[in-house]
Design a protein around this ligand. Sequence first.
Ligand code: DAT
Ligand code: MG
Length: 172
Amino acid sequence: MAVEQLLILIKPDGIKKSLTGNILTKLSEARMVIIGAKAVKVGKELAEQHYYHLKDKPFFGELVEYIQGKIYGEPWDRVLAFVYQGEDAISRMRKIAGATNPEEADPVSIRGAYGRITTKGVYENVVHCSSDPAEAEREIKLWFKPEEIVKNIYDTQKIIAEKEEKIIWKQK
Ligand code: DAT
Ligand code: MG
């Protein structure tokens, strides 16, 4: 067994249904550690990059809008992003999350208990869970900056960024 890390997202439907606590409780049964956590308002580019492997599917446009929470609007149009680390983390967390199709997922899994398919055919399956170590690394690097993760999990490099625009807290 190897120590792995993965990206978990609580999708906008999970936030709208006020399931954050329930989801984190279920995930905590796996006894893994959270090494990164934040709320993200998902832009189109991030959404498309996250789901790039599905770009040729007929449901891609709706999937991109769903992860952005467009159908729900303010204040549900965001996701909560987490990086978890633990032994065999990916397969164990995917088991707790359940199958992609919420109608086919184990009823006690997160997706089985809380997911649904909309009349438009969108799988509102409440959480995202990385599928393998390579995807996990790609997704974690897409969603998090090195300094947002409390542990060094991938190699980093230092650069001098000149003329980089940055927003900082206003001085009083
Ligand atoms: P997973 O999220 O279980 O890793 P995936 O990567 O194959 O599954 O697909 C990503 C998301 O796309 C999934 O959470 C829901 C949506 N999706 C997948 N297959 C679908 C389908 N046949 N119809 C509608 N949405 C689908
Ligand atoms: Mg996937």
